[in-house]
Design a protein around this ligand. Structure first.
Ligand SMILES: [Zn+2]
Length: 401
């Protein structure tokens, strides 16, 4: 490795002994589905212990209040777990942000709870790639950087939230606040099995539109009714028809209705939009507002729109391109080819990018089949990706990104 400095080599040598695999196995044994508050509390405790090995104080921050529309139209508060925060050298001239999430998509009642070796070197288990493996990689890289004779010349904040898999509603404001003033950010979502990173990402918006009509007897006086279900269905069709190349629209569910002999006065349409750019997001919002107004007028019903674009689009701008290029060059010096490709998937990288901070958000392990019971981690990638992070973090502080 002729392009590595003495200090870089020394830091990289410290990575190999990191206890990453044991950490992943311990952490993945804890169910931390986004709605499992007890499991999240246990997970937060384990992570707080592990990250206490770094300088700075680990704190667990209360989630911001979040509400959601229930099937009957009521707006209820939803509980979330606490978020981990660590600030190291907050006064350093160059500061970085590293983020991860402790929650998984597998709830306490999901059948997928156990790990097994699918074949030598391939660990199958809930959250092993997404992203308990990634958190182990992040920690190993930071420990390698902090373990040398010299203090690193940069500071950093670590945020590990508990609600990423449900869109980070209770941690978005925290991430925004802590992203401010950072030179660059790294998020530890998994790379693809061959190591490919996610480049540009589409945005995502989730909406619940509550439709209130008027009930009437289906046989005696249907003309006096205002059918909320039909209005919701009409809304779904028009939104779908209005979507196009700039944004996709997925009407996902209609709650509501009632007995066959009653004109239903209540329905809720759930819909997801995926805009490719900020402009496309505005177009989607315009379509939604306009169509809601039309439906209200034509069906003589009331509509109330709940939700928003929680994940702004993450385009590959010039600054982000430079950060990716830095990661690619670090990979080249380690003999690890790095490529990236655009995706329609979303993560906290979307929200960090929206703060104007360049972010590479797939710095975690190589793995695949995430969000399914076939999720796997390629165990060799733990050391490989921790070395990649170590070198990238050392160099990003020197380069003006
Ligand atoms: Zn994830």
């Amino acid at each position: 490795m002729p392009n590595l400095s003495h200090a870089e080599k020394a830091a990289l040598d410290r990575v190999t002994d990191a206890p990453m695999l044991a950490q992943v196995q311990q952490w993945a044994a804890v169910n931390s589905g986004s709605r499992n508050l007890q499991g999240l509390a246990e997970m937060a405790g384990l992570l707080a212990d592990a990250f206490a090995a770094l300088p700075g104080d680990v704190t667990l921050l209360d989630p911001a209040p979040v509400d959601a529309v229930a099937a009957d139209g009521r707006v209820d508060l939803i509980a979330h777990g606490r978020h981990l925060h660590l600030a190291v050298r907050p006064d350093a001239p160059v500061r970085l942000l590293l983020t991860g999430h402790m929650d998984t998509v597998f709830g306490i009642d999901h059948p997928f709870q156990k790990q097994r070796w699918q074949e030598p070197g391939i660990l199958n288990g809930p959250g092993v790639a997404d992203m308990k493996g990634g958190i182990a990689v992040m920690l190993a890289a930071l420990l390698a950087l902090e373990g040398g004779p010299e203090t690193p010349n940069f500071g950093y904040d670590v945020v590990i939230n508990s609600d990423e898999e449900v869109g980070s509603p209770s941690s978005a404001a925290l991430l925004r606040r802590i992203a401010m003033g950072k030179a660059a950010a790294f998020t530890y979502e998994p790379a693809l099995p061959d190591g490919t990173l996610a480049g540009a990402r589409a945005g995502s918006g989730n909406f619940s539109i509550i439709v209130t009509g008027r009930s009437a007897h289906a046989g005696r006086n249907p003309q006096d009714g205002r059918n909320a279900l039909v209005a919701a269905a009409d809304l779904a069709l028009r939104l779908k028809r209005g979507s196009g190349s700039g944004f996709s629209c997925n009407p996902a569910r209609i709650d509501g209705g009632g007995p066959n002999n009653v004109v239903p006065d209540h329905a809720i349409l759930r819909v997801n939009f995926r805009p490719r750019s900020a402009e496309d997001e505005r177009a989607a919002r315009d379509l939604l507002d306009r169509t809601i107004a039309d439906i209200a007028h034509e069906h003589d019903v009331e509509l109330h729109c709940h939700g928003g674009f929680g994940r702004p689009p993450k385009p590959m701008d010039e600054r982000t391109g430079r950060l990716f290029d830095l990661v690619r060059r670090c990979g080249a010096d380690l003999g690890v080819p790095i490529a990236w490709r655009d995706t329609g998937g979303v993560c906290d990288g979307n929200n960090i990018a929206a703060c104007g901070i360049a972010v590479v958000d797939t710095m975690g392990v190589r793995g695949g089949s995430i969000h399914s019971d076939a999720e796997f981690l390629i165990a060799d990638s733990l050391v490989e990706r921790a070395r990649l992070s170590t070198l990238t973090l050392m160099r990003v502080a020197h380069e003006k990104i």
